[in-house]
Unconditional design. Structure first.
Length: 481
């Protein structure tokens, strides 16, 4: 049997051969890309991966992949000028730099990234002193540099931050094996093991047109799958916010959550209670403000997280879908779907919009209104004046939509009294904000639902409590006539 020392010696002697084999494998993959469908990731020239394919281990060079960005259809024009300036400036100062994370994923999916993140071999202090002297270093656990370039903010992280601390990935002391591989590969691999999800663990060097994948991220993009880099239970215990981030990614991209990740979300969903309240507000805003509110709420409901974050809406959905196979006809889901049509990752809304929408819906659930009054209220919000609202309502555009329990039947309102009733609805909407700010009012509203969630920590961590500053500013606004 070959001793460990002997194996290490053989590995070192064979390093040039391994290097040539990796080069040939990379060339083969590039040729496969070139001959494949260029329309999207479904046509990527990846190796066949059956159901028996395993996730990358702590050190699994056989899973490392390199792809030519030109072969997968990423033009250099897809990278905005401000990102190029940051990359080129770092290069001119002698530092290697890469685009990293969600922007690489979105470029592969032919989507417009909402932002571009950069990682570099420069330390944060070197970035501050030698490269971008006006940058701001923020963060304590994982500090980064924020650079304002032509009105756009780019976040730059450093490989030097916790470079030797890769939590949850097992024993990473592979000094003998590491000697066989390029220092650059090891640096990228170590950093990729600290990423949340495989599809966010990609690096892109646009100067040599190469995408680096050490965690099977491209494979999971091709399979439309959200999967943690390290075991999901370890990843979520390390940072419970990854639970919400994973559902946000799945909602925005229409991806499925892997079975292991899904099971861990169910087991650890209550761990988000321990997140800082401002962090919860931020994550909720990411879920609802970027064009995927409907699918986000659906996933939050599926995994029991809506009971924690939006308990009233969770109780409403549970009550309404008892005898239904589809929730798309429910008024709340219609409202969310319509707001999604106006928004996208690069065109989000302010959090006050979806908070106002929730307050509007709560008002109708607690005090159903005539369908004509609801239409008048929505029209008034759109036009901003009663005169234009009345003129619109006089047009023959068909009967207003009716929902249960939000609307009264049959319609009993007319244009003579609609102004008074609409003003009353406006006051109900404003008072319904209390359900999102007052724990007592929330509990009263939940009393109508016999099967409302009984989370022991509900009162201390619900969005109703943490959103007070946003909701209070909304309550101060009034509807002018």
């Amino acid at each position: 049997m070959t001793t460990p020392r002997r194996r290490a010696y053989l590995s070192l002697r064979s390093a040039p051969l391994l290097s040539r084999l990796r080069s040939e494998a990379s060339s083969f993959q590039t040729r496969s890309f070139s001959s494949s469908n260029q329309g999207g990731c479904s046509g990527m020239g990846l190796r066949k991966c059956g159901s028996s394919a395993t996730r990358p281990g702590p050190f699994d060079p056989s899973s490392w992949r390199y792809f030519d960005s030109r072969a997968v259809g990423i033009p250099t024009e897809a990278i905005p000028r401000y990102a190029w300036i940051v990359l080129k400036t770092l290069k001119q100062k002698g530092f290697a730099s890469y685009l990293v994370g969600g922007c690489v994923r979105d470029l592969l999916l032919k989507r417009v990234p909402k932002d571009f993140d950069v990682i570099t071999t420069a330390s944060l202090q070197q970035i501050k002193k030698m490269v971008f002297k006006r940058c701001i270093i923020i963060g304590k656990r994982f500090p980064i540099c924020q650079v304002n370039m032509h009105g756009s903010i780019i976040e730059i992280s450093s490989f030097s931050i916790n470079a030797n601390n890769v939590k949850g990935s097992g024993d990473l002391d592979h000094s003998e094996e590491l000697e066989c591989y390029r220092k650059g590969d090891i640096l990228l691999w170590q950093n990729s093991m600290k990423r949340d999800f495989t599809i966010n663990g990609l690096f892109f060097n646009p100067f040599n047109f190469r995408i680096y994948d050490y965690v099977n991220g491209v494979r999971d993009i091709r399979k439309n799958k959200v999967c943690t880099v390290i075991p999901a239970c370890v990843s979520f215990n390390e940072d419970p916010a990854r639970i919400l981030r994973g559902l946000r990614i799945a909602a925005r991209l229409g991806f499925r959550v892997s079975s292991e990740t899904s099971a861990a979300i169910r087991d650890l969903s209550s761990s988000i209670i321990h997140l800082d309240k401002s962090r919860l507000v931020m994550e909720m805003n990411y879920l609802l403000s970027y064009g995927a509110a409907e699918s986000s709420v659906r996933l939050l409901q599926k995994y029991g997280l809506l009971d924690i974050l939006l308990p009233f809406q969770a109780a409403y959905l549970s009550d309404q879908i008892k005898d239904k196979s589809d929730d798309r006809d429910l008024m709340l889901m219609k409202l969310l779907a319509n707001i999604d049509k106006l928004l996208s990752a690069d065109r989000p809304c302010h959090s006050s919009l979806w908070l106002a929408l929730l307050a509007f819906h709560i008002a109708l659930v607690n005090s159903p209104q005539d369908a004509l009054v609801i239409r008048a209220f929505a029209t008034l919000m759109y036009f901003g004046s009663w005169k234009r609202t009345i003129n619109f309502l006089k047009q023959d555009i068909g009967p207003p939509a009716a929902y249960v329990p939000e609307t009264l039947r049959p319609s009993r309102s007319n244009l003579d009294n609609v102004m008074e009733q609409t003003s009353h609805l406006a006051s109900l909407v404003k008072s319904s904000v209390d359900t999102l700010t007052s724990l007592d009012v929330l509990q009263q509203s939940l009393a109508r639902y016999s099967e409302a969630s009984q989370f022991p920590g509900l009162a201390s961590i619900s969005l109703a409590y943490i959103s007070t500053p946003y909701c209070s500013s909304y309550k101060q606004d009034s509807i002018s006539s």
